[in-house]
Design a protein around this ligand. Structure first.
Ligand code: NAP
Length: 289
């Protein structure tokens, strides 16, 4: 592990807020990228409980932290605490990157574009013109819908445990879905024909982190040409990915998305992209050890 030891009064501070935060791999890849780029900065984890979010955000301003990532469970709760939102965050209604611009905190969303970049890079799958089945309607799903619409997906069918949240996401996304049909998953109408039409299945829930199956998802009824993406990356092969792989479907986990959203965050903060592939290589090496 490379560690920065020459921290001075000029060193710029970045970080990530979440609860819990111990699992986060962002410090690893961001610090590696700062060192490789020769940028005098450090990136640290901050464990912030939901009740402390407003104080923590003000603290970021007071301490002149130059930028930070936002992870579970703060991605939507932070929105009203920021000074402005970039279009990416406004469209998604969720923030995973904040830049401190002369004391003004600007929110961005790079999760969705990170997903699309990972789909293209890891699976050779451009979502343009495709029928997508998106499982989940939380913060990650919001970014995904915005980016998939921007990429020209033909259809996004949203399947979520809490139907009201899926409906809320559809209603909030109608204005950005000029070329995309947004559909609420209906278990009663999900017959063999429905499953056989799905081209790209994306899990944006936390299901799979503890080896759970996704109830109601009929993996065995998907067509042989379907692609399955799981935003979960630990374990590297979730039950969903194992089932899909057994059927010969193309699969990828969320490690590529984690790296890609991090590359875009680094670019927002520093104005330059990190060395190509460095973040993914760092994550892969760490997870394999
Ligand atoms: P979130 O806002 O808390 O949303 C959680 C989603 O998971 C909701 O749709 C929720 O359904 C569903 N869910 C949770 N527990 C469930 C259960 N037991 N049964 C059925 N559904 C359940 O979280 P998020 O920010 O969207 O993140 C979701 C997942 O994506 C996490 O695992 C996160 O690590 C991953 N993620 C990965 C990346 C990456 O770069 N790879 C980026 C962002 C997020 P309800 O609406 O019914 O509660």
């Amino acid at each position: 592990m490379t560690v920065k030891t020459d921290i001075t009064g000029k060193t710029v501070l970045y970080g990530i807020i979440g609860w819990p935060i111990k699992h986060s791999l962002s410090p690893l890849m961001q610090n590696k990228a700062f060192i490789k780029a020769g940028i005098d900065a450090v990136y640290v984890p901050f464990a912030v409980q939901p009740v402390d979010l407003p104080t923590a955000v003000n603290g970021m301003r007071s301490l002149s932290v130059a930028g930070f990532n936002v992870t579970i469970p703060h991605k939507t709760a932070i929105v009203p605490l920021l000074d402005t939102l970039d279009e990416s965050a406004r469209l998604a209604g969720a923030v995973n990157v904040v830049k401190n611009h002369n004391g003004k905190l600007i929110g961005f969303n790079t999760d969705g574009d990170g997903l699309v970049r990972s789909l293209e890079h890891d699976l050779g799958c451009h979502p343009g013109g495709r029928r997508v089945l998106l499982i989940g309607a939380g913060g990650a799903a919001r970014g995904a819908v915005a980016a998939l619409c921007k990429a020209g997906a033909a259809e996004i069918c949203i399947m979520n445990r809490t139907t009201e949240k899926a409906l809320e996401l559809i209603n909030a996304s109608i204005a950005i879905a000029a070329k995309t049909r947004l559909i609420l998953f209906d278990a009663d109408q999900a017959d063999n024909l429905f499953w056989s039409r799905q081209e790209l299945v994306i899990n944006s829930t936390s299901l799979g982190m503890n080896n759970e199956e996704i109830s109601g998802l009929q993996v065995e009824a998907l067509p042989a040409t379907a692609t399955v993406y799981d935003m979960v990356y630990a374990p590297p092969k979730t039950v969903l990915l194992e089932m899909a792989e057994k059927q010969g479907l193309k699969i990828a986990n969320g490690l590529g998305m984690l790296a890609a959203q991090g590359e875009l965050a680094f670019q927002i903060w520093t104005g330059v992209l990190p060395e190509a592939g460095l973040m993914l290589k760092t994550l892969t090496k760490y997870i394999d050890v």
